[in-house]
Design a binder for this molecule. Structure first.
Ligand code: A2P
Length: 306
């Protein structure tokens, strides 16, 4: 069985889930099949978002899977364009998912956009602090069990914790051996915020669109010694260091493979902890700067590696 972690709300969250971002919005029937395959394979945690534009299909997979809703941990997220209407957007997500509660509702990004997709400067309403207060109010409806954030740096979390009262249950960020984010992780651990790692297998870099560290000789040799794949090594490292991993896979074999977690030795964990220090291995921060469209906002402080 997949181990669970306990959130600061007391609810349990399976340490492995299926991520429903398909690279572009939508995915429709592919997402539905992926979720059904995952539930059949033993996954009990599905991670989607309003912005993924596939909540209906995730919901359909849940209702047709035969797995009781109560056994599934379901996450969805508030889109940037809806920060000014948290309640309405949340209700829309519930309706699309066809459920009467979600386990976890996340602020997808720490910045509001207008409905026509222009970034709202950080000092203008709705600030992420105001948005979070509206999310806090959702807890009282009983339709959401835990609330959290996504793509928040330490700097932004410090503001959030200073200005508001509910500590996020999780911070969902890109995290994998090439972007281990030790500093963010230990800060979050200290405050009781669990890290959920998206793209836990890495992101295509220059290597032919494939996650680059999966071809690293050390990763391959660890995999071989367990009779497993590099993907399993990366995911097991993620869970063993105390983060929740949500790899996307629409491939039935990889869906099954990915939940078969390994027990890595301390030495193997140390090797993986250091993989990002190899030349060319650490993830470039450039991508994050692209998101701060007006140049004043996000304050990305993903770990600087040198
Ligand atoms: P596929 O769906 O064909 O399995 P994300 O970064 O959003 O989590 O996406 C993970 C990417 O890695 C997907 O393109 C997925 O493709 C691929 N993938 C999933 N599982 C594995 C694995 N065990 N080994 C290698 N690639 C994988």
């Amino acid at each position: 069985a997949i181990p669970s972690f306990t959130l600061n709300t007391g609810y349990k969250m399976p340490s492995m889930g299926i991520g429903c971002w398909m690279g572009t919005p939508g995915g429709g029937e592919v997402v539905e099949k992926m979720c059904k395959d995952a539930l059949a394979a033993g996954y009990r945690h599905l991670d989607t978002a309003y912005g993924y534009a596939n909540e209906e299909y995730v919901g359909k997979a849940i209702s047709e899977s035969g797995v009781p809703r109560a056994d599934i941990f379901l996450t969805t997220k508030l889109p940037n364009q809806h920060h000014h209407k948290v309640h309405a957007s949340f209700e829309e997500s519930l309706a699309k998912l066809g459920v009467d509660y979600v386990d976890l509702y996340l602020m997808h990004w720490p910045q509001a956009y207008t409905e026509d997709n222009t970034p709202v400067p950080h000092d203008q309403s709705p600030t992420f602090v105001e948005t979070w207060r509206d999310m806090e109010a959702l807890l009282k409806t009983g339709k959401v069990r835990s609330i959290g954030v996504s793509n928040f740096s330490v700097k932004l979390l410090e503001v959030l914790l200073r200005e508001t009262s509910v500590i996020p249950a999780t911070n969902q960020v890109e995290c994998h051996p090439c972007l281990p984010s030790f500093e963010l992780k230990s800060w979050c651990e200290e405050k009781g915020v669990l890290i959920t790692a998206y793209s836990p297998l890495g992101r295509p870099k220059e290597y032919d669109g494939k996650p680059v560290f999966l071809q690293d000789p050390d990763v391959i040799s660890i995999a071989q010694s367990h009779g497993a794949t590099p993907g399993q090594v990366a995911l097991s490292w993620g869970v063993q260091r105390g983060t929740i991993v949500i790899p996307k896979s629409e491939n039935p074999e990889r869906i099954k493979q990915n939940i078969a977690l390994l027990t890595l030795t301390d030495e193997e964990m140390a090797t993986l902890d250091a993989i990002h220090k190899k030349p060319g291995m650490h993830r470039s921060l450039l991508r994050y700067h692209e998101y701060s469209a007006d140049g004043t906002v996000l304050g990305w402080t993903y770990e600087q590696l040198g």
